[in-house]
Design a binder for this molecule. Structure first.
Ligand code: FEO
Length: 170
């Protein structure tokens, strides 16, 4: 059995990851609608990764005999106003998710729950990568977004992103 607070936060994180998937699916649809199919693809793959993250939390709780309570998933709360602003919202969202992961880690650390800390190590690293990727997208858009040919090439590059199952197996 895991600590009550740690369990509550792990359970909440399932919802947060599913919300992330929902949010990025919204981003993806927005870019497809604009005709930026590469950006649409990039965020579609990101949405798939977020669903995987949720499933890793589900599996970890099941492995530890904890009861899972699924909550309602909020409507995506980001206004899709322009192509660059959406990327900036993506970065902000990843920074928020990092703070959530750190919050669970902190709760696990305070009760010497080494097993949960080890499980979360993968997410700490993953969040570092996700923030770097999101920040990279903003920077690339700043550099190339103003020129149609460069934007076309950037969009083509992002269209090459392929979904891969998470490297963490539970
Ligand atoms: Fe699962 Fe992008 O955080």
């Amino acid at each position: 059995m895991l600590d009550t607070k740690v369990t509550e936060l792990l359970n909440q994180q399932i919802n947060k990851e599913l919300y992330s998937a929902y949010l990025y699916l919204d981003f993806s649809n927005y870019y497809y609608d604009l005709g930026l199919d590469g950006f649409g693809n990039w965020y579609k793959v990101q949405a798939q990764e977020e669903r995987d993250h949720a499933m890793l939390f589900v599996q970890y709780m099941l492995n530890n005999g904890e009861k899972i309570v699924l909550e309602a998933i909020d409507k995506p709360a980001v206004e899709l106003t322009d192509a660059k602003a959406v990327l900036e919202e993506g970065l902000k969202h990843e920074q928020y998710v990092t703070s959530l992961i750190h919050g669970i880690y902190d709760a696990a650390y305070s009760v010497k729950d080494f097993r949960t800390m080890q499980f979360l190590d993968w997410f700490v690293k993953e969040q570092g990568e996700e923030e770097t990727n999101a920040d990279g997208l903003v920077k690339k858009f700043e550099l190339f977004g103003g020129d149609p040919k460069s934007l076309y090439m950037l969009d083509s590059e992002l269209g090459g992103r392929v979904y891969a199952a998470p490297s963490l197996a539970l």
